[in-house]
Each structure stands twice: as C-alpha cells, then as structure tokens.
Design a protein around this ligand. Sequence first.
Ligand SMILES: Cc1cc2nc3c(=O)[nH]c(=O)nc-3n(C[C@H](O)[C@H](O)[C@H](O)COP(=O)(O)OP(=O)(O)OC[C@H]3O[C@@H](n4cnc5c(N)ncnc54)[C@H](O)[C@@H]3O)c2cc1C
Length: 369
Amino acid sequence: MAMKEPSPDVVIVGGGLIGCSAAYFLSRRGARVLLLEKGGVGGETSSGAAGMLGVDSEPEEDPVCRAFARQSRSLYESLAEVFRREVGVDIQFEGKGLLSLARDEKEESEFRQREAGGHGSFWSPDEVRAQCPDLAEPFRGGLFHSLDGQVTASRVAEGFRRAAESLGAVVRENTKATGLIRQGNRVTGVRVGRKSVFGGTTLLALGPKGWSLASATGWRPPIFPVRGEILIFRPSRRLLPFPVFLGDSGFYLVPKPDGTFLAGTTVRRTNRAVLTNRGKDAISRAALAALPALADAPYMGGWAGLRPGTPDGWPLLGPVPGVEGLWIAAGHFRRGVLLTPATGLWISEAMNGAPPSGFDRFSPGRFTK
Ligand SMILES: Cc1cc2nc3c(=O)[nH]c(=O)nc-3n(C[C@H](O)[C@H](O)[C@H](O)COP(=O)(O)OP(=O)(O)OC[C@H]3O[C@@H](n4cnc5c(N)ncnc54)[C@H](O)[C@@H]3O)c2cc1C
C-alpha cells in the first residue's frame, strides 16, 4: 500500500544535519521533498557536535575541499538570519574566530608555518594572554583563525528542517526506511516496513551507520563510525571569548553562547556510542590543565557520538555508481557541521543538472577506481 502524499521528486532518508540541509536547498529549487527519519530530526550525531566551523583551524591543502569548506562557512551568516527571521530558530552563530594554542616549540614552529601558508595570524604569548586571561601557562602563543566560528548543531538541523517545511517539504519522524525498491537497475523509492514510498530520486543521508540499506544494489559506501566524546560544564561566567584547540592534541575547549562549556574530544574507530571512563579522564585532564577555572564549574555530564568516517576524511556526494535514481550525501567525518550548508546547496545544484565546479572531487565511486 502506498503512503498518501503525492509521489515526491526526492525521498531523503536520514534527518541529520545533512539530510535536513539537502531538504531545504532542494525545496528552495522547487523540488517536492519527503524526508524520512527513523528517530527525531537531528537526534543522532548531529545533536551533540561541538559546532565549530573550522576551515583554517583544520587546514586542508586540496583547493576544491578548501573552497567547499570556505563556501559552507560563509553561508552560515545569511542562513542564521533566514532561520531567525523566517522560522524563528536561533542557531547561535558566532563568527568570533578560533585559536589554536601553541604549547611547545614544535607546535609554535608548525603554526608559524601555517601562518606563512595563509591559515591564520600568529599571536605572541602576550596577545593570547590579553584575549584569554584564564588560559594556564606555559604556552608559546597561538594561531588565530579570524574567519572561523561556531554554531549550535542541533539548532542548525532544526532551522533547516523548519525552513524546508515552510517551503513545502514533508518530514516524517519515527519512520525507518527498511529497504530500497528496485526496478531493474533503477531505485524507485524505499520500503518502510510493509509500505512503499516512491520518489523520482532517493538520497541516502544515513550518517555513520545503517549502510546495509544500500547493499541490495551491490554497492556499499566506505563509511565507518568513529566515536568522539565530549564533556559539558556550566561555568558561572564565560571563560573564553572563542573556541580554543589545545595545539595538535585533538583536545578543544568550546564556550557556547547559551552559557554551557564543552570540552572534547576523543577519536576511536568503533560503533559503540558510549562515554568511557578513559575518554572522560583524558578530556578532563587536558581541559583542567589548560583552563584551571573549569575545576569549579558544575559538571553537567557528557556525550558520545559517532562521526561518519571515510578513507580520506571527506564526504561522498552524488549518484551511486552503476545505480540509477540513487544518490548519497554522507561521510562528513569531523567537519559535518561546517560542511552542512554547502553540501545541501551542491547536492541541489547537481540534482538540478548543474553540478558545481569540483563536485567530482567528492564522487562516491572515487575509492573503487
Ligand atoms: C563528538 C563530536 C564532535 C563533533 N564536532 C564537530 C564540530 O565541531 N564541527 C563539525 O563540523 N563537525 C563536528 N562533528 C561531526 C558532525 O557532527 C557530523 O559530521 C555530522 O553531524 C554528520 O551528520 P549526518 O547528517 O551525516 O549524520 P547524523 O546526524 O547521524 O544523521 C543521520 C540520520 O539518519 C537517520 N537514519 C539512519 N538510518 C536510517 C533509516 N534506515 N531510515 C531513516 N532514518 C535513518 C539517523 O537516525 C540519523 O538521524 C562532531 C562529531 C562528534 C561525534
């Protein structure tokens, strides 16, 4: 039995940041969109990301990747305004920059080289002290990325969802796609239990897990879950003006606009999204050593999420090789929040027959060539 709504142009499976962004940009181009989410929108990885928009703080030499990330970051400012004005969602966008703290000679020299490569301005220890008086010494300065910023990831998913709905998209929560419907070499929709949902194109935005859904096509994307853990505090005052990376250690400190404070993170390839004692201990030690004032802040708990990893750390965007009617937008690893706006925009342009220049860089088939 078919569901009641008229057959959509695009059925999106997965209502994380990526699926919601695609729903918005496709709807903006006039496509009829149906989005299916097995739980609640933004309820998985996208709900607990730190929300940093780090183009220059996570440097990348590939020119297409850099341009893609920069475009995405720059879209946030206007989207923040659109979401606030049109659907009443404040994504807490802050464009105050990000600092990578140099804690030793090696990091100082590395960051000075990055400055020479155009990835930020190197600050002396005095300049760091003036901006971040609560940071503990020793440090040897830091690389400041003035164009980077942050948002609140769960609110971004909500903003895209509501803006897409205001343009006519239909969002069905608690609706799990259980299989693909195929006619020969073409995917014509998805199964939801015993129901069939037909659509012109099916876009899979499943995040880190559940890719057996695609295996009936004989293709499985090289996407794997990589756990990250975060601790949450509520200090009585704002301890830092902007997020700070503790050198190249992978640890970071993020003051959120709502008064909470995040400390992260760990990186482990596993499909178990659990906060571990080891992770808690490592993050907490690094955070307290860098920011002693955090010791007095109430601890609000922690969170673990699964990043959708790929072999090169960049997403798979576009038509699934050798299968008609099936597209993918997934595998954004550590940059999913940053890359959300450009992903939706590029997918909508490519589906409309005008792929942006460089779109092939993210070809889903690139690992099997
Ligand atoms: C600890 C941590 C910190 C992070 N910090 C940052 C950061 O600061 N900056 C940054 O840019 N990125 C960050 N990231 C990465 C970012 O969170 C992810 O790249 C991004 O959220 C991935 O979004 P997604 O929509 O692909 O996946 P998800 O959010 O997982 O969404 C996929 C959705 O698909 C649904 N789904 C799956 N299967 C089905 C099915 N069969 N039927 C229907 N629905 C289905 C799921 O329920 C889920 O809601 C962080 C990640 C972690 C874990």
